[in-house]
Design a protein around this ligand. Sequence first.
Ligand SMILES: Cc1cc2nc3c(=O)[nH]c(=O)nc-3n(C[C@H](O)[C@H](O)[C@H](O)COP(=O)(O)OP(=O)(O)OC[C@H]3O[C@@H](n4cnc5c(N)ncnc54)[C@H](O)[C@@H]3O)c2cc1C
Length: 433
Amino acid sequence: MTIRLVIIGGGPGGNTAATWAARLGAEVTIIERDIMGGAAHLLDCIPSKAMIATGGAVSATKRFAGMGLEQHVAEIDVDNLAERIDGIRARLENTTTQLLDSQGIRIIRGDASFIDAHTVLVRTTAGEERIEGDAFIIATGSRPRIPQWCTPDGERILTTRDCYPPKIFPTNVCIVGSGVTGVEFVHMFESFGAKVSLVVSRQQVLPGKDPEVAAVLEDDFLRRGVRLLKGARAESIEREGDEVVMVGTPYRLHEDENGQPDGRRLEKTIHLRQRDFMLYEWRFNLVTGKTHERVIDDVLNTEFPVINSLYQGRKNRYSYNIIFPLGGKEEPRFPGLVKYDLSTGGYLAYSAGPKYFYNEPGFAPRDNAQSEDDGYLVVPVWNPDEQRSEIQVFDCKGARIAEGPVARILLPRRMPHGFHATFVSQSTLNRWK
Ligand SMILES: Cc1cc2nc3c(=O)[nH]c(=O)nc-3n(C[C@H](O)[C@H](O)[C@H](O)COP(=O)(O)OP(=O)(O)OC[C@H]3O[C@@H](n4cnc5c(N)ncnc54)[C@H](O)[C@@H]3O)c2cc1C
């Protein structure tokens, strides 16, 4: 009996499965609502490589004089570039479609959804069709994950998919995330002549990859003038006129001879440069290309900034940070916390005493909260002297945080220090179920 195989999604997953199944004798139908070749051809891998190749060509023109040629720096022609990317997509879609056709695979252009375990409904421009199958492959791919703290506008705050090409070519761009996609975009925008900053939450780009390879890449980025903000976490992004504003704490690393952070000397940095663990604000002006960096508080050393999770990605007023140790070479402690008012630069602090180790808190907004600071900070705390872990809860409204915890929950077992908390609302939890 011939198996009727129905595949939803014509990306690399779906179309490869289709050709193999056809070769093995199955009767294959593939349904794609957008472009045969999938997000890889339309939105991800191919357009990003096409942009990188164009960026490489722009970079090459900067070296004309050195090659004995009259110096001209190429200007980006956005329409032409968009046409080039469309042309590449169209060619790839044609070859993929031809291959599937040649194997007798039925291609349906439309949006598929299941009716029951053996039937999908396909909505096409010509109407609806029911397709029955003995087996199904769901190869519907993925999409960019948008963090709760940011709202892309397709203009200034972009996901990868807004970049082929972007509506405005930025002269100054900040990239959050230093995995393969992040570093690919650093490379691309730098080639197009943008000033690039990269937020690296760990101590190396490409976390999880070979540190020696990452070090070579970092050296290359630094040589090209890319700013690496290592150990930094983006906690909000907002658009203010022509500026994007970001607040966070960088581990200002030991600097090399060029004044650039040297991530390979973190241990030394922690002991020698504690004063650099502070709350900073960065303003990236997207028109002038200028970056403005400012220390919000140059008195306290702090780390682990969090904000009310409901304000993530929006203009916010308060940041809650953990106090960093006060100096010396002994084991670092985190003996309290601070509530910053970003609009006035003022703060309120609570000190628990030098023996405590406060970890990254979560902010739980009160039900029907009336203001940004209407909620609780929930802090995992470790007391190394008594070998005891606890959770402390602070009321954040007004000045109450300085009065100390409103509740303490002693834990029966030790929680590792360096623990990071996060707040997840009940409605989000319900969505995950
Ligand atoms: C910036 C970037 C660069 C990348 N570069 C590379 C690279 O260099 N090399 C590499 O190997 N990988 C790269 N990738 C990863 C690669 O793009 C993905 O791994 C690949 O696209 C996944 O293929 P897929 O078939 O699973 O899904 P997709 O390519 O996402 O295809 C899924 C398809 O399903 C369709 N679909 C979804 N729902 C329905 C429905 N209900 N009905 C009908 N059709 C539907 C969609 O329209 C889409 O065409 C990159 C990714 C990104 C983001």
